[in-house]
Design a protein around this ligand. Structure first.
Ligand code: TYM
Length: 337
């Protein structure tokens, strides 16, 4: 059986980018026969970006409820909180010891921080924590602990998965003694949807404050966000360029091929931006409206979610604990003889 794994960092409210890039493909993948799926709330990763405990906690609940509302079946998949697995930080250390510092120097998140510092004339590493620097090693541990073959993610995570492969390869080489301890994971990317644009056309991201919320705030918040999508100033009746706005790309993420063609044709024929936005709201709502009701129901019962996560962690550890024992043995950490 093939193993599929992915995680979401618990620092914000789930947005359409998370849904299209990770939640929807992961739930779909988990329904295939002969697949074992591992989905988790990356709360250790959250500490890298966020020092507000209440926010991490709230976000964890929202992301868990979102995944369940989107159709994840906790009986069928391993659904857990990253921090409930002590094996993860332990494996992180084993991997840290074989990871070249130069590899981490090239990680996007770290480089972005140093670029900002350099541009501002500050020390290159100002405000960079070791958590940020080693972020890809923790992520490699998440993936390698379960020997995942496939990792459904958006484009921004691909580099991290390549790094996990590099780290796995190095570990196999050093400690495998002729066999592969780790599977080399592969990113699962939907080329068309790998980077969903936000309101301003840049990647939809909590850090750019350009997101469209998935469930929170109800249809009203969805409508308000869509109203803020940047378009040109062409009036109703004037032909529009369908490729000139994130509106169409977001529409595509939810539309059938026929709907896509029709939307483009109508824009070229002069459909007004206001009407186009209403169509986008209706389309998204037809997909997520029913899920939002389930979401509200789940958010009202955090104790049920907690139970599901605890159970998921127990089951996941039945795989992780013996595997980690094997890895400890492989590197020479074992009882005195
Ligand atoms: P995070 O929390 O930033 O994002 C969660 C998932 O959503 C995808 N995504 C997008 N996809 C398309 N368009 C967008 N605009 C968009 N914005 C976000 C991300 O690519 C991601 O798939 N480091 C990870 C969490 C993580 C993880 C892992 C993932 C920790 N361990 C192991 C996979 C495997 C992160 O911060 O994702």
């Amino acid at each position: 059986t093939e193993r599929v794994l992915t995680g979401i960092t618990t620092t914000g409210t789930p947005h359409l980018g998370n849904y299209v890039g990770a939640i929807r493909p992961s739930v779909e993948a988990s329904r295939a026969p002969d697949v074992e799926s591992f989905f988790f709330l990356a709360d250790y990763h959250a500490l890298i970006k966020c020092d507000d405990p209440a926010r991490v906690e709230r976000s964890r609940l929202e992301i868990a409820a979102t995944w369940l509302a989107a159709g994840l079946d906790p009986q069928r998949v391993y659904f857990f909180r990253q921090s409930d697995l002590p094996e993860t930080p332990e494996l992180t250390w084993l991997l840290t010891c074989v990871t070249a510092k130069g590899l981490m120097n090239r990680a996007h998140a770290y480089k972005a921080a140093t670029d900002v510092n350099l541009a501002a004339g500050k020390d290159v590493d100002a405000d960079v924590t070791m958590g940020l620097y080693c972020y890809p090693i923790l992520m490699a541990a998440d993936i390698l602990l379960f020997n995942a073959h496939r990792v459904p993610v958006g484009r921004d995570q691909v580099q991290h998965i390549e790094m996990a492969r590099d780290i796995a390869q190095r570990f196999n080489h050093l400690y495998g003694r002729g066999r592969d301890l780790f599977v080399l994971p592969q990113a699962q990317i939907d080329e068309e949807l790998a980077t969903l644009p936000g309101l301003d056309g840049r990647k939809m991201s909590k850090s750019y404050d350009n997101t469209i919320p998935l469930f929170e705030g109800g249809p009203k918040a969805l409508k308000e966000a869509v109203a803020r999508i940047v378009t040109d100033s062409r009036l109703p009746g004037e032909p529009k360029d369908p490729d000139g706005t994130p509106l169409v790309t977001i529409y595509d993420a939810f539309a059938t091929p026929e709907q896509r063609a029709e939307f483009r044709a109508d824009l070229r024929a002069g459909l007004g931006w206001g009407d186009a936005k209403q169509r986008l709201v209706d389309l998204i709502e037809s997909h997520i409206g029913p899920m939002r009701d389930r979401y509200a129901e789940l958010m009202a019962h955090p104790e049920r979610i907690e139970e599901i996560l605890q159970d998921g962690a127990r089951r996941a550890r039945r795989i992780a604990t013996p595997f980690l024992a094997e890895l400890r043995e492989a590197v020479g950490l074992r009882p005195m003889k």
